[in-house]
Every structure is written in structure tokens, then in C-alpha cells.
Design a protein around this ligand. Structure first.
Ligand code: NDP
Length: 245
């Protein structure tokens, strides 16, 4: 599958399922040629590609681990040489490894930070290096309500996602004059595999809308932030959480 000459290219990390899949489909409907990244679940990636084909624009899946800097840089170079300039990057890949802080193994701390925060660095840097000469681009990263309120048992996750918020704000000031916008979307509880073991009924009590969100409700905000409709919005953290605070 290849992008047509004038089609804009967007890449979504962790785009094979859940929120990332919904974002890929939403951006495809907005006209982007989609490149989805994933880590290991080939069948989920294949299913997302099938759904992208149904949207009419097609797409490509590219497997790499965002914690691997060299692998991420090679993948970004491959995407650019095969499909053209990347106009949109969505940093969505993320994992949880919850524990109370006093019981948290170092490997759980490192795994979560390395995926969300170091993964952000590993992918965003080579993409930005290519956006800068083009003087055009939008970067949206998926953070979490946890970065703002610090959910119990999620010190690693809250730290990683708060890091994303801060890094994105800082980078936004560095590239704003180059026509590149950098924003963050902070979802609350969203119906995906990630929350299959969460005590959803208890958490619902904390949500004014008294329901879990849908991946599409995050994806539509990401699509807006990537579009020219959001041309004066940069450096922001936008919550999508049913009014959690
Ligand atoms: P899922 O677990 O459904 O999907 C995660 C995706 O990330 C998969 O495509 C997975 O690929 C990929 N991924 C994980 N680790 C890596 C890695 N090291 N390298 C490359 N890809 C990786 O999660 P969600 O859709 O629920 O979450 C998406 C994002 O939204 C995450 O950043 C999460 O923290 C955030 N979020 C989710 C909320 C929720 O309630 N669901 C709430 C707030 C934020 P594979 O399956 O192949 O490993």
C-alpha cells in the first residue's frame, strides 16, 4: 500500500488497537495516509489495516518498540522515504504496571517511563527533525487524567504522563514559529483492553458523566487538534474525561 502523491502522512504509535486504532481511523476519514506502529500483536495490526482499507485510503503497519531509540529512528526514516513527509505524529503507545509505590518493582517503574516518556523522545525527535525544514506539522501525545490528579497505584504512570505534558509544552514553545503545533490529550477512563482489569464500577462513581468514555471520543479531539481548525492552539493539555475534575 502506498500514499498517493498529494496525500498527507500521519503516524500513530500504538495504533493497532484501542484508542490508537480509533485515532488512525478518524485521521484516515480526514484524508491522511495512515502509518500505524505497534509492538507485538500482529493480528490486531492486521485488523486495523483491514479497517483502514474499508475507509478507502489504506495504510501501513510498521512494527517497532518505541523504547528502542535506534529502531524508532530507522522506522521514521523508512516511513519518510516510502510515503513522504510526516505531517502528523500521534504519540499514543503506552502501558500500565500499577502498584502502590512502596511495593513497586524497579522494572515496573522503568517499563512505564521507558514506553510513554522515553518512547515519546525516541519517536518525536526524528519526526521533528523532518518537520522543521518543512515548517509544518502537528504532534499530539496521549497523556492521562492520572498526570493531573495522580491516581493511587499509578506513580510510574502519572510520572510518565506528567513528563509528556511538560515536555510537550516546552517543545511547543521551541517550534511554534516554525509552523509546528504540539499538544496533549489527557483522557479519563476509556473502554479498551488497558482497563479490562480495572475496578470500573468503583471508578464510575468518580466520573460526573457516570460512564466510561469511548475511544472515538478521544480520537475526534485528536483529529481536531491535528487540523487547521486548531491553527492557533499549541502547548495545551486537553482533558477528555467526562468531567472528572
Ligand atoms: P491498549 O493497551 O488498548 O493499546 C496500546 C497500544 O500501544 C497497542 O497498539 C500496543 O501494541 C502499543 N504499545 C504498547 N507498548 C508499545 C511499545 N513499547 N512500542 C510500540 N507500541 C507499543 O491501550 P489504550 O488504547 O487504552 O491506550 C492508548 C494510550 O492512551 C496509552 O498511552 C494510554 O496510556 C492512554 N490512556 C488510556 C486510557 C484508558 O482508559 N484506556 C486512559 C488514559 C490514557 P501491542 O498490542 O502490539 O503491544
Amino acid at each position: 500500500m502506498s500514499s498517493s502523491d498529494n496525500q498527507k502522512v500521519a503516524i500513530v504509535t500504538g495504533g493497532s488497537k484501542g484508542i490508537g486504532r480509533a485515532i488512525a481511523l478518524e485521521l484516515a476519514r480526514a484524508g491522511y495516509f495512515m502509518v500505524i506502529n505497534y509492538r507485538s500483536d500482529d493480528s490486531a495490526a492486521a485488523e486495523t489495516l483491514r479497517l483502514l482499507r474499508d475507509e478507502g485510503n489504506g495504510g501501513e503497519a510498521i512494527q517497532f518498540d518505541v523504547t528502542d531509540g535506534a529502531g524508532a529512528e530507522a522506522a521514521v526514516n523508512e516511513v519518510t522515504s516510502r510515503f513522504g513527509n510526516i505531517e502528523v505524529l500521534v504519540n499514543n503507545a503506552g502501558i500500565v504496571a500499577d502498584d502502590l509505590f512502596v511495593f513497586m518493582p524497579e522494572k515496573s517503574w522503568d517499563a512505564v517511563i521507558n514506553t510513554s516518556l522515553k518512547g515519546f523522545f525516541n519517536v518525536t525527535k526524528p519526526v521533528l527533525m523532518k518537520m522543521v525544514p518543512n515548517k509544518r506539522g502537528a504532534i499530539v501525545s496521549i497523556s492521562s487524567v492520572s498526570s493531573l490528579i495522580g491516581n493511587r497505584g499509578q506513580s510510574n504512570y502519572a510520572a510518565a504522563k506528567a513528563g509528556l505534558n511538560g515536555a510537550s509544552r516546552a517543545i511547543s514553545t521551541e517550534v511554534a514559529r516554525l509552523g509546528i503545533r504540539v499538544n496533549v490529550v489527557a483522557p479519563g477512563l476509556i473502554e479498551t483492553d488497558m482497563i479490562k482489569d480495572a475496578p470500573v464500577d468503583n471508578i464510575k462513581e468518580m466520573i460526573p458523566m457516570a460512564r466510561i468514555g469511548r475511544p472515538e471520543e478521544v480520537a475526534s479531539v485528536v483529529r481536531f487538534l491535528c487540523s487547521d481548525d486548531a491553527s492557533y492552539i499549541t502547548g495545551q493539555v486537553i482533558s477528555v474525561n467526562g468531567g472528572m475534575f
